[in-house]
Structures are given as structure tokens and as C-alpha cells.
Design a protein around this ligand. Structure first.
Ligand code: PLP
Length: 477
């Protein structure tokens, strides 16, 4: 493909995406294909000779499009939002166009330096304590990782190395193995699956402690578990607090958990993957209070902040723990930037780095902080509107409502709500997923798409109502 063809293909692809987005509201949110559908449509081997871009683009429409779940449809209400915006798409495209791999400062100074600047912009937008920022005097700083899962894992590994060092300083006769085999981590039973996975990957059992009736891990439950483990000869090491849990968007109280973690010398990591964007709004910032007790904090601009996947923002109070834990040098990696920029490869798992800061920069510049705040407030208002509709019908019960997420059910036996969800799924007009709250089966309704409007919420509610009518007919009139 030569440059001229690239221009044509690229422009046609942008047109295709623009058309897709303009028609997304009219497409059934869920595909109707069966498992294995692609196998019948694709040749069994790669073509021997290259094909035209026109043929390939046609096949995207014929083969790929029918197998897409439309995450950015206003009728998508599953999981949490995954971000999508035109500035971020163009940022991704340009990053691919430059095609550098930012494994060191010299590998592309703009990669590292824009990332440093963006993490400062973001940190200031959230009013993170100064000590977490790259621009502070101290050893703290921010970096972009691929996912919240990676962040939780990387911080667990750093916490492990810190604990080994700390204990060996006091007891030099202890071996690394003696210590590592006894380390233990904690989070609540409401934390994301990735938290438990970090424990599995890092060979540090993750105790999922019972949350209270509001979905929060409390200091007393944590302390109790720590005391029991210490009595068994185990070594408490790492705690993951949640700001915006996956099941119900519950918030742990960092001012409650933090002092216990600090006193017991545990690494406190804060996972705010979804809800973190809301801390840019003054009215929600208080939920982040107590973050000064934490060693690390993370949220995903790729969830609620309009930056396409992947872009997970992580800050640490002392990056030296990461660098010391993950620093593997080679002669071919050294360059001389006089210590004026971080070597981000030591802050992460992989050596190579994508230019994620570019799409973040585009979004921050083209939306501005106010644009992001407006987006968050709009989605919360839509969720509250949905909540009011659920509350207006006696057959339903709102179980939780927080940020852009409402969990609700039909009153009575769980089978009624399961039946409702099944019927709604079969129709494929909207997409919602199940959840659990206080051992009851609930439907999780999240406002996800950037283009969701009040009329889409009405549409979703009508879907629930029409199907509920077949399960629990309305007694009124
Ligand atoms: N933490 C929370 C609270 C989440 O809701 C999620 C995903 O929904 C994650 C972590 C995992 O995010 P990622 O896909 O970036 O690893």
C-alpha cells in the first residue's frame, strides 16, 4: 500500500466510523450471531497475495459488523462505561501513525514528557495531594498503564518488595523466601475480580473481607483480619480500597481504613477505576478524602473520562519502590537525560510503551475540565432519572443508586427478576447485566454511552415495564 492508497483507505475508514456512529442508535445493541459464526465466513488460511483495501473494508461491514456488541449504543447499560470520543480516536490513530515505542526517554522524548505533563494535569484536576504528582519536589509521580488490573498487580509487587526490604532491615537473618511465603493482602468482597487476580498472579493470598451493608470495607473488619493473621504468623502487606465498587459503586472510607494501614505499615492502594473521573467535580471530591494515607491511587480515563481504551492513570507517593522492584538495566537501554525525566519502563510490566498520553491530551484540550464535568453530571442525572422511574412503580425496588449506576429488582422472589432479565435479554433491545446485593439477585443498570439521552432512558424503562407486565401484571386500572 502506498501513501496515496493509505490516504484513501484512511479517509474511507474514518467515514465508515463516522457513519457507524451516526447510525448506532438504530442498531440492535446485541448481535444475533451464534458462537462460531465467523468460522463459516473466513477462509481457513491467510491469502497468498495481498487484497485491495476496498475488499477488506467491505468485509468489515459484512463479517465483523454483525458480530459487534455496540458498546457505545445509548441502549448499552451493562458493566460500566467504556470511554469513546472523537478526539481520543484521532489520538489513537496518530499514535499508531507515529509508531514509536517509548521504552526510554530517547526512544521518543515527547512520549515521556507529554505523559509526565498529562499526569500532572489529571492529578491537579482531581486535586490529588501534591506528593503524588510528578511536578512535586518528592519521589512521587504518575504514569499511564494499560488497565486497572495491571496497576493493582504492579502495586502489589512493589508492596511485596518494600515489605521484604523493611523486614530484612530489622531481621537480617530472615530470607526473602521466609517473608514472601507469609505475605497476605486484603480487600473487600465487593472489589473487582482483578483485585483477587492480582493476589493470584503475585502469589499473595487476597482475603476478600465482608463489606458492611453499604458495600464498604470498614477499619474494624480489616483490623480484626490483620490481628488474626498476625496471630497465625502471617505478614499483612497490601490493602486494596475501593472507591466505586463494580457491583454497586460503593465507596470505602479512606479516612477510616487509612490510619489502620499506616499504623500496620501496609501498602494502601486505592482502586477508583470507574468513579475516579467524578472527583473532578467539586461536589464529589470529598469521596477521595483520606487518599493521603494511600501509597498508590488509580482511575481509568478509559472508563468514564472519554479516553478510548486503554488508558489507566496511576500515581504513587514514592516511585522509588517501583523502580527498585522492577529495574532491570541493559547497556542498550541506557540514555542520558540527566535524571530529568522518569524511566517509565521501570514502573510497569512490559518494556515497550504506547503513546497513550496523546489521546489523553486531545481529550483534555478539546473537552476541557468543564466538558468532562458536564459529561459526568449528565450521566449521573440520567441515572437519577432512571431511579425515579423505578421508584414510581410499586412492583419494583431500588436496591442501590450511586453515580451512574442503579441496581434494582422486582419485589419478591429472585426468580421474578431473573425472569425479567432473561426476557429483556432475549429481545436484545437493551443490554444490562445481573448483580447481587445482600444475597438478592438484582439488575445493574449503568448509564454508559456518551450519547445517551433522557429518551433512551425512557426507552429502556419501557423495555423493563413491558416485560415485567408479563411476569407481574400491574394491578392499577
Ligand atoms: N476496578 C473496578 C472497580 C472496576 O469496575 C474494573 C472494571 O470494571 C476494574 C477494576 C478493572 O478494570 P481494567 O479493565 O482497567 O483492568
Amino acid at each position: 500500500m502506498d501513501v496515496q492508497e493509505f490516504r484513501e483507505f484512511g479517509k474511507a475508514a474514518v467515514d465508515y466510523i463516522a457513519d457507524y456512529f451516526q447510525t448506532i442508535r438504530d442498531r440492535p445493541v446485541l448481535p444475533s450471531v451464534q458462537p462460531g459464526y465467523l468460522d463459516d465466513l473466513l477462509p481457513k488460511e491467510a491469502p497468498q497475495t495481498g487484497e485491495s483495501w476496498q475488499d477488506v473494508l467491505q468485509d468489515v461491514d459484512r463479517i465483523i459488523m454483525p458480530g459487534l456488541t455496540h458498546w457505545h449504543s445509548p441502549n448499552f447499560h451493562a458493566y460500566y462505561p467504556t470511554a469513546h470520543s472523537f478526539p481520543a480516536i484521532v489520538g489513537e490513530m496518530m499514535s499508531a501513525g507515529f509508531g514509536c515505542v517509548g521504552l526510554s526517554w530517547m526512544a521518543s522524548p515527547a512520549y515521556t514528557e507529554l505523559e509526565v505533563a498529562m499526569m500532572n494535569w489529571l492529578g491537579k484536576m482531581l486535586h490529588l495531594p501534591e506528593e503524588f504528582l510528578n511536578c512535586s519536589e518528592g519521589p512521587g509521580g504518575g504514569v499511564i498503564q494499560g488497565s486497572a488490573s495491571e496497576v493493582t498487580f504492579v502495586c502489589l509487587l512493589a508492596a511485596k518488595e518494600r515489605k521484604v526490604k523493611e523486614l530484612r532491615q530489622i531481621n537480617p537473618e530472615l530470607t526473602e523466601g521466609d517473608i514472601k511465603g507469609k505475605l497476605i493482602a486484603y480487600s473487600s468482597d465487593q472489589s473487582n475480580s482483578s483485585v483477587e487476580k492480582a493476589g493470584l498472579l503475585g502469589s499473595m493470598p487476597m482475603r476478600l473481607l465482608p463489606a458492611d451493608d453499604k458495600g464498604r470495607l470498614t477499619a474494624s473488619v480489616l483490623l480484626d483480619a490483620i490481628e488474626k493473621d498476625k496471630a497465625q504468623g502471617l505478614i499483612p502487606c497490601y490493602v486494596v480500597a475501593n472507591l466505586g465498587t463494580t457491583p454497586t459503586c460503593a465507596f470505602d472510607d479512606l479516612n477510616d481504613l487509612g490510619p489502620v494501614c499506616n499504623k500496620e505499615q501496609l501498602w494502601l492502594h486505592v482502586d477508583a477505576a470507574y468513579a475516579g473521573t467524578a472527583f473532578s467535580c467539586p461536589e464529589y471530591r470529598h469521596l477521595l478524602n483520606g487518599v493521603e494515607y494511600a501509597e498508590s491511587f488509580n482511575f481509568n480515563p478509559h472508563k468514564w473520562m472519554l479516553v478510548n481504551f486503554d488508558c489507566s492513570a496511576m500515581w504513587v507517593k514514592d516511585a522509588r519502590y517501583l523502580v527498585e522492584a522492577f529495574n532491570v538495566e541493559r547497556i542498550y537501554l541506557k540514555d542520558n537525560h540527566k535524571g530529568l525525566a522518569p524511566e517509565y519502563r521501570h514502573w510497569q510490566i512490559s518494556l515497550g510503551r504506547r503513546f497513550r498520553a496523546l489521546k489523553l491530551w486531545f481529550v483534555l484540550r478539546m473537552y476541557g475540565v468543564e466538558g468532562i464535568q458536564k459529561h459526568v453530571r449528565n450521566q449521573i442525572a440520567l441515572a437519577q432519572y432512571f431511579e425515579s422511574l423505578v421508584r414510581s412503580d410499586d412492583r419494583f425496588q431500588v436496591c442501590t443508586s450511586s453515580m451512574g449506576l442503579v441496581c434494582f429488582r422486582l419485589k419478591g422472589d429472585d426468580r421474578l427478576t431473573k425472569n425479567l432479565l432473561e426476557k429483556v435479554h432475549q429481545r436484545r433491545n437493551i443490554y444490562v447485566i445481573p448483580g447481587q446485593f445482600h444475597q438478592r439477585f438484582v439488575i445493574r443498570f449503568a448509564v454508559c454511552s456518551r450519547i445517551t439521552e433522557r429518551s433512551d432512558i425512557d426507552y429502556a424503562w419501557q423495555e423493563f415495564l413491558s416485560q415485567a407486565e408479563e411476569i407481574v401484571p400491574c394491578s392499577k386500572g
